[in-house]
Design a protein around this ligand. Sequence first.
Ligand code: FA5
Length: 337
Amino acid sequence: MLQQQLLDDLALANTHELVENVRIKYLGRKGLITNLAKETDFSKLSADEKKDFGQKLNELKNFATEKLQEAAERVAATATPVNKRLFDLTIPGSHRAFGAMHPISMVQLELEAIFEGMGFTVLDSPEADTEYSNFESLNVPADHPARDMQDTFWLTNGMVLRTHTSSNQVRALKRFGAPFRGIFPGRCFRYEAIDPSHENTFFQCEGLMVDENISVAHLIGVMKTLLGEVFKRDVKVRLRPGFFPFVEPGFELDLNCLFCEGSGCPTCKQSGWIELIPCGLVHPVVLEHGEIDAKRYSGFAFGLGLTRLAMMKYGIRDIRYFNSGDVRVLEQFAPVL
Ligand code: FA5
């Protein structure tokens, strides 16, 4: 009877822990089999009876030991290996530091979305380009004084590190023809003194729209939409005449300094204004270089200072932080989880 009871218990024991419980129940210090000897009054038994009892008790212990051993082996054979156990989703995970997108990339993506919403195509363009693309195609001949405005890094093969994203204007017009609407964001390089608002490596976003009857009104409309969406509030801007050989007329669109609200600070060089978007109507010579009929089509172009826009949007007072590689700057843009 005790044997059958032991077998029934072991049939239900499917872990090592349960098998051990069965062992304790039968063979432990106060176990059912162990107790058989303790509870028997040997003084009342004859010598033969004692011998017989001892034999049966040993047989029972051996039986139990054997069945417990079998049960332990069965459990070991069917146990799930540790590396195959199901995940416990309630265990708290370990925290990993998240990376952050660079603020310039964030502004670039935002600009791309805004312009795509206005039907503009986003184009990539080369950082190392020809002298023709960077200057001549834009109505800036070799001896033109405007070249002094952009101190240039020349490469040993005669090419240049582009000084502005305007270098892609004629290439885009030749490739896509008119009508055309596109932006080309990218990195530009100038050999110049570095200060809180000037870097030798910075980002611009060129915009170019060519179609029939394009006027300054279209240019202003697009600029207003752009700044309204970027700053999500009314910003003060001013338009003043500006000279660039590739536009006629040319303008400088300045943004009222968001740090000092126009009263003057180091970022705006005490002027109260940040020079942000030079722009104008595309010069007919540039259209012709782009193989566009300048009598039929007109257009506007702008060269937005992307890095300076990122400074204004995120309140970064010194342009040198962007290229500093200081991870503490970037950490401030990491997503909060
Ligand atoms: C140009 O580069 C013209 N290609 C812009 C243009 C395009 C005019 C199309 C007309 C039509 P400018 O040199 O002013 O213009 O530079 C444009 C913008 O780039 C500036 O307003 C400024 O925001 C930014 N920028 C220029 N130099 C630096 C610099 N060293 N560091 C950071 N940003 C700069």
